[in-house]
Design a protein around this ligand. Structure first.
Ligand code: HAS
Length: 572
């Protein structure tokens, strides 16, 4: 489908803009891993303080990059699947809100006014531009869903009354329905707690309530990232291996189960939090196991799709068909296979560590340790990042009308990332058993043999994690060369919006799996059951701490920390 003018610019910039920010996000990740290992003995990098960098790393990589790519991908795949153009006016509104919001939040973080990490827990308080920026980004991301895709779908439905909703459209609709629902609690937290505190309108807020509202949003957020990756695994991956999606109904069921179970699970982030009842924490733990079920279905469906494709290419035997998968092929779009496969392999680790996290008692052993860092670098930093990098590069080529340049480098990137992240994950997981914390700039004390805090048992693992980080960054550099080469290559054909889409092997229609209404109703009931009591408890039992609002004169975090670091260095 051809695409021109403003619409093409919007889709392209929704990929290029976050990619440019991602370069900073990845660099800051490298700084963190080197600083944590004590290889860089500093609390600053490029003038950015450690926790400020950690905030930028999390916010750019996990929030900004993902949101932009999800909007760009869903915009394009809804347009392609329905074969109906998007409305440039609506898309401009969304674009202005998203880019404007990101720039506001970036201003706050880069000037040291929002060193609050990506979870922005009170009493850490940011400048108001950070919160308003986040709200604008999020609202902007919802605009296409409500004002463009839904009207487009309804028009398509009129013309195609007997056709099933295309699978990618269903995936996009489930993803954004989920997104809309979870934005409500975090919007309440920001608008009624954090923003008034930041502006100095109130002097105290309830941190327990704030955290409960945050995780109401924060865990389902990960499925907002994951579902577009699953859309790619179901629609594109089978085509790359020369086969078909093994089961269309199984894919639809997986999406619906995410809608049902992914929201009422947030208390699994608060197992150690006082003020919330143990029984409700256990209930959320059970529901968390339920939300793993659609991922198990996906593991089966995707593996079966790959097997079917490989057998079509002549593969045989119990495992012999593995030889027929296009691991190193640069033909056509097959280079993308390496990204999906590497992501899937990482997600095996992400899944196992996630189940450990969710197990109420085992969580107590790993909470706030480097285990959690390993977990999310194989989930959002694994399957999600790799599939988003693949689709960004692919869409860059089609939207510019160029071939993907330096395909060899593009192909090496996911494997370097895979090896790096595996080393990182295993090192972080083992280190956690010795109590290695998450978030701390351990290099300044625990990795320093002259410090009384020195922990020799952590050194090997933090060095290994640094090695893993360096390999992953090398993979990103390879990707970057290919991305920039494609960005500046001479167009050789008309710009298009198109995707290599697979048909389904089992394609029977199960109406329940295409009708979102009963699943949405079920989800709302589960949310009310699971959150009424915890929210009540948090409201009445939450400790209302005196949290000073942000003030232009006090504190100036960056300056203060620079002075402290200088004093510490002088003492040493
Ligand atoms: Fe998580 C913490 C539990 C999935 C991200 N998670 C986090 C944090 C992040 C994150 C960012 O219960 C840190 C938040 C913070 O700042 O504090 N998580 C889970 C569970 C799952 C899970 C049960 N997480 C994700 C995904 C994420 C993500 C997905 C991002 C995209 N997580 C937790 C818990 C915590 C947590 C606790 C709090 C910990 C604490 O104490 O602070 C499940 O959804 C996972 C299910 C996944 C599977 C894997 C299926 C495997 C597949 C691959 C198959 C491979 C194939 C390849 C087919 C069951 C699909 C075969 C190859 C061939 C060649 C054939």
């Amino acid at each position: 489908m051809q695409v021109r003018g403003g619409l093409r610019f919007i889709l392209l910039s929704e990929i290029v803009f976050p990619f440019l920010l991602l370069i900073l996000g990845v660099l800051l990740g490298l700084f963190q891993v080197l600083a944590r290992a004590g290889i860089l003995k500093t609390s600053h990098f490029l003038g950015i303080e450690y926790y400020q960098g950690l905030t930028l790393h999390g916010a750019i990589n996990a929030i900004v990059f993902t949101t932009f790519v999800i909007v760009a991908f869903c915009n394009a795949i809804v347009m392609y699947s329905l074969q109906r153009s998007l409305k440039p006016g609506i898309q401009w509104v969304s674009w202005v809100l998203m880019v404007g919001g990101t720039l506001m939040a970036a201003f706050a973080m880069l000037t040291g006014r929002a060193t609050v990490l990506y979870t922005f827990y009170p009493p850490l308080i940011a400048h108001w531009t950070f919160y308003v920026g986040v709200v604008l980004l999020v609202v902007g991301s919802l605009v296409p869903f409500f004002l463009d895709w839904i009207p487009n779908y309804l028009a398509w439905r009129k013309e195609n009354p007997d056709t099933r909703m295309p699978l990618p459209v269903l995936g996009a609709f489930v993803t954004f329905t989920l997104w809309f629902l979870i934005i409500i609690p975090v919007a309440i937290e920001i608008l009624f707690q954090l923003l008034p505190l930041s502006l100095g309108w109130v002097e105290e807020i309830n941190p327990l309530l704030a955290r409960t509202l945050f995780w109401f949003f924060g865990h389902p957020l990960v499925y907002f990232w994951l579902l577009p990756a699953y859309m790619m695994l179901y629609s594109i991956l089978p085509k790359l291996v020369g086969g078909k999606l093994y089961s269309d109904p199984a894919a639809r069921l997986a999406f619906m189960l995410f809608l049902l179970f992914s929201i009422p699970v947030g208390l699994h982030h608060q197992f150690t939090e006082g003020g919330l009842t143990a029984g409700w924490k256990l209930w959320h733990a059970f529901l968390t196991f339920m939300v793993a079920v659609p991922s198990f279905i996906t593991a089966f469906t995707v593996a079966a799709s790959m097997e079917y494709g490989a057998r079509q290419q002549g593969g045989s035997g119990l495992f012999g068909w593995w030889r027929k998968l296009p691991y190193f092929s640069t033909q056509g779009d097959q280079w993308m296979f390496a990204y999906f496969l590497s992501g899937l392999l990482l997600f095996l680790f992400g899944g196992i560590t996630g189940i450990v996290n969710a197990s109420y008692n085992m969580n107590l052993a790993v909470h706030n340790t480097s285990w959690v860092v390993g977990h999310f670098h194989t989930t959002v930093g694994g399957l999600v990042t790799l599939s988003f990098l693949a689709i960004s590069l692919y869409m860059l080529g089609t939207l510019r009308g160029t071939d993907v340049k330096f395909k060899g480098l593009a192909l090496s990137a996911p494997y370097l990332w895979l090896i790096g992240m595996l080393i990182f994950e295993v090192a972080m997981s083992i280190a956690a058993f010795y109590g290695f914390p998450r978030r701390t700039n351990a290099g300044l004390n625990y990795m320093d043999p002259t410090s009384i805090h020195y922990r020799p048992d952590w050194v090997l693992y933090s060095y290994l994690s640094a090695l893993g980080g360096i390999l992953a960054v090398l993979g990103f550099v390879a990707y970057m060369v290919s991305f920039l080469g494609t960005l500046f290559a001479k167009p050789v054909r008309e710009p298009t919006v198109e995707f290599p889409m697979a048909s389904a092997y089992h394609d029977n229609d199960v109406p329940l799996y295409s009708n979102m209404r009963p699943w949405l109703a079920g989800a709302l009931v589960l949310i009310v059951i699971s959150y009424s009591s915890p929210l009540y408890d948090a409201t009445v039992r939450g400790i209302t701490a005196k949290s000073p609002a942000y003030n232009e004169r006090f504190p100036v975090p960056l300056k203060q920390i620079q002075m402290q670091t200088r004093a510490e260095a002088e003492k040493r």
